[in-house]
Write a protein that binds this ligand. Sequence first.
Ligand SMILES: [Zn+2]
Length: 350
Amino acid sequence: MSFPAQQLQAVVDENKFSSLKRLLRITAWVTRFTGNCRLACQQRKSGPLTAEELQETERYWVRVTQQQAFQKELTDLQNHRVVDRSSSLISLMPQLTEGGVLRVTGRLLNADIADDAKYPVILPQKSHFTQLVIRDTHERLKHTGVNHVLAETRQRYWIVNGRQAVKSCDFRCNFCRKRRVSPGEQVMAPLPECRLGNEARAFACCVVDFAGPYLTTVAPRTTAKRYLCLFTCMATRAAHLEMVADLTADAFLLAFSRMVARRGNPKVLISDNGKNFVGARQELRRLDEANPEIACKLGHEGVECKLNPPSALHHGGVFESIIKSAKLKSETSCCSSSPTHPAESGFLSS
Ligand SMILES: [Zn+2]
């Protein structure tokens, strides 16, 4: 059986379209108009486009595309000749089906699938119509990956070098480009000196913060609120936990004295703007100036107290993370029935 070698001319310029649906619909309208011009008034078509007209238009564009890309193969097959060995379609064993469309001859004759999937229509890699088909599938599948788009496309079309064609479409998609771009990264400032461990010992530069309250048993059948005072070494992240009775400056100074007795006198003590820290800072300064001997005895001399900026909570990242660990430790080390103060739970230092 031979098919007429009718040379088709494109009724519209396909390169002016960026959407397959629009190309098909406009071509269908133009085809209907030209067809109606040849018919009597009573026989003319009217109303919205039918599915049959759209399918016919799609078949028309497939034939136009194939004639532009595979003219030699089509001529060979129309003349009952074997496709030339140098053809890019030789491995696909192309067959000319009814309607003059080139299709792949596969081995799925007995498969229970649609005919389009058994014998997909062959399309060239570099053709605007092929690009529109891929883009339409890509957008219909919500900008999914290359393999998914390729598999979906192959349900109807076999694109020569299809993977490269789909990749190329994926690369040019503006939406996917925006999605793939990596966010800009902030250049971090140099680390402060106290974070670098220039001092020979731990707790030479430490930060302090409070957590709580925790209900603690202070006597048989008597509980009271207690707070966790956490000192953290800026360089080594070693933690020292103290239990304090309240949030006053005096209670903090007592906890600070206990910490100094155990870990040594810090050169720098950093805290947030808690009232007890501000009060303790003033107290330490006053003691340093009025009674340096006592301050020396207590190990409080020469401590430089620094407060983080009031609205810069991120400055406290070092101690906030250690406090989180301390809370987690206290929750996991005791039963869920009654919370225990972290300082009593064995998380005393590291
Ligand atoms: Zn996309």
